[in-house]
Design a protein around this ligand. Structure first.
Ligand SMILES: *Cc1c(COP(=O)(O)O)cnc(C)c1O
Length: 234
């Protein structure tokens, strides 16, 4: 299959899962997770209709920005972000999906203030409480959201989660449902500003249909679009 055909197939599956759940397929955005892809592949994906690219690593983000590889699409940062690297990301991406601590939140706000802009962010929640994963614990999400709302140079747009790799179809549905519940709670708590909080990022190649059934508005798909990746280096 060509890249175009894979994009069409994933879109079709998203639409099918949405319809089954009584949702409008137009309410779900397909984000291409572009880690390890070349600028050329990213351009091909955008030419084939991809409108959002998600980048994991600061180094790859910087290289692709220098190459104008994302022209014509929006860019999100979806990887673990160290506070000493925020200057390479803030103001350069449309959305940072992986803010997960008070310290990182403050660093993003400070850098955005320096640049005189407001950075859109999601809070990442470690929904399965995995030791090896980023994201705040579910019980810390509300305080983090309140902190975000109080800062002038970040705008909270929603939440993101990365459940474990599913061993069988349907395994992550419970985690997606829990993530959605946290999202709804945060929206309700945040009162007046809730119109800004409309992004629920969850679902990857192995489980995006379940994520859509449970309310995802943004699914981050790599392998199903680009094929298997070589093993990651540290
Ligand atoms: C790599 C990655 C994805 C996509 O993973 P696939 O299983 O290849 O679809 C989604 N989200 C994040 C944060 C990732 O790092």
């Amino acid at each position: 299959m060509t890249l175009e055909e894979r994009i069409r197939m994933v879109r079709e599956r998203i639409a099918q899962a949405a319809r089954e759940a009584g949702r409008d397929p137009a309410d779900i955005t397909l984000e291409a997770a572009t880690k390890v892809q070349t600028s050329e592949t990213i351009r091909a994906a955008i030419a084939a209709g991809i409108t959002v690219c998600g980048e994991n690593r600061v180094q790859e983000l910087t290289a692709h920005l220098d190459d104008y590889a994302y022209d014509g699409a929006r860019v999100h940062f979806i990887g673990h972000l160290q506070t000493n690297k925020v200057r390479f990301v803030v103001g350069r991406v449309d959305l940072i999906e992986s803010v997960d601590s008070p310290r990182l939140l403050e660093a993003v706000d400070r850098q955005a203030a320096r640049l005189g802009l407001v950075q859109d962010i999601l809070l990442e929640v470690n929904i399965a409480r995995e030791e090896s994963k980023g994201g705040c614990l579910p019980e810390d999400l509300s305080a983090l959201a309140q902190q975000a709302q109080a800062l002038e140079h970040v705008r909270l747009r929603g939440i993101m989660s990365i459940p474990p790799v599913a061993a069988f179809p349907g395994e992550n549905r419970g985690f997606f449902a829990q993530t959605r519940q946290l999202f709804v709670d945060i929206r309700n708590k945040m009162g007046d500003n809730d119109s800004d909080i409309n992004c629920l990022s969850m679902g990857m190649s192995g489980d995006y249909e379940d994520a859509v059934r449970e309310g995802a508005t943004l699914v981050r798909v790599g392998t199903a679009l680009f094929g298997p990746r070589p093993p990651m280096h540290p």
